[in-house]
Write a protein that binds this ligand. Sequence first.
Ligand SMILES: [Zn+2]
Length: 625
Amino acid sequence: MKRKTFSNEMCKLKKECERSALKYKSLPEFAQADGEDGGGAASAPYSSPENSFSFSDSECRSENEIECITSAEKCKILKLWAIENNVSQAVLSNLLSALRKIGIHDLPLSAKTLLETTKNKSVIKNISGGEFTYIGIQTHFESRSFPFLNEKDQVLIDVGIDGLKLFKSSSKVLWPILGSIVDFPKEKPFTIACFSGKQKPSNVNEFMKDFCDEVVCLRNNGLKVGLINPILKRFNVRLFTCDSPARAFVTGVQNHNAKKGCPKCCQVGNYLEKRVCFSKELCELRTDFSFKNRNDLAHHNVKFREEENVLEEAGFGMVSQFPLDPMHLVDLGVVKKLLHLLVNKVNVNVMNDKLKFLSVWVPSEFGRVCRNFDEIKNWKSTEYRQFLLYSGIFVLKNCVDEHLYYHFLLLHASIRILSSERSYKGEANIVQQLLNEFVNLFGNIYGDHLISFNLHSLLHLSNCAKEYGPLDTFSAYKFENYMQYLKKLIKSPTNILQQLCLRIDERKNLIEDKNSKLDAFFINHKKEKDSFCFSEDTGPFKVIDMPIESEEEVVVGYKFKEISNYFIEPLESFSGLGILLASGLSDEIIRFKKKNIKYKYFCIPYENNFLLIPILHHLFHEFAH
Ligand SMILES: [Zn+2]
């Protein structure tokens, strides 16, 4: 009888947790972030269906199996649930107390015990402008195992530095220094250090010193990787990802909107119509050597004209290791500005109708659909990105003058090429020409006074890609989702760093990257928006069924009878970008293994055709020519 009661209680616990899970489902977590856009490999780059704990795992447990769950297992399940749903300690303690009242006595009394919240061991010190704590790089790599690094002799990380406002009602900001393991975008970033204050840290040497000291030490002595029997590997930092104000602060130079603000060349801005505007051409390029030599003294902040900052002392390339960030520069910079200018030039009603029409065609990889132009002030970076790379070529067509459309296509094609693994390097020179034309025309169409730092910086973008790879591999998207995740960990405006350190410590072993399904396609023959793909054998293909044959997934469907370019200027859309119009499904039904799908399309019905636009993070293969 007692066993029966216990079993029922476990079912109640599960249901209670499921209800609470639903309640908290709306709480954002990095695992549910922005679909295709973001993190380059974007689609929720740090999560997968596999590394999310799911109560469906226990769904099929029989009562007997439930009876066999040990107390430790119950604690683990509940702990995972609480952490993944970002449940506050107060709510969790209430739940534990409720469970005790209904007869479950083998769970801890308090949330702290359940979560194994340790005493705060972090050292929090005061630096100029606020509080600072250094968690460390080595600490992260010793916290658990990293099987995907087994084959690597060297661990390379990218470092993200940016600030975020924590609360609407308070001016408190958080400035974390984040790390991300290069070549493993599925692995979520980690926190190396954090500053909290009323505004950004005011002394870069204080803010970056511990980081620089540790990097120098790890470069010299190696990095220990693994929890048990750690293995010593070589270590280095590949690059820093920052928006323009953060980059200027960290490197100790003039702000991006100052006359000598370009971090990549020596051009001098001009005042036009009360704003600093920049050159439509590249000037003499800055180098790490010219930076160190202070060749252009006025580019540096007064404090650092005579002395080096801690990053220079630590041997970082102050020009080469700070590529321009495509998320802030392109999506939140140029695309945002361009669309705001366009919206003022044209009637947006038809374009709004088109965006509305598109909402059912946006593939499942995208977490967000572009809102209409009446809400453009609230658009997020991923909406601008989606518009630039996908929907814009459909929405703007025949809604804006041809020369404005052509101008948009210059940017669309450039950023597509630089975002694609197959083309970013080989076609960087073509992109340079396209971007030169885009920037020049921008001045002619909208006025030279609007050639801002971001517009000018486009001219440097293909060089950054040549050096570091497709845009997404060094954009701030991979850190952005994690920043939002950190923000959710902080519940109150006092003792911010203490809260953060405790929450990070509680989570350190729980969400590990298992073979993520990031690279898998969301092909679903029951949803038209998810059923267009490309394979080398068939070319563009529409999936109508997905049976399992000999334990392998097979796709069944049709090829298209006709394919043609969607546009031919500034380059042919099909051969240059893989974008095409397809029509007329063939009569013959074709089947092949799902693993032969090379990439998936964003499909838009267009004048009795399908406009097919390759989804970028699947583009690791040649287009058919
Ligand atoms: Zn420049």
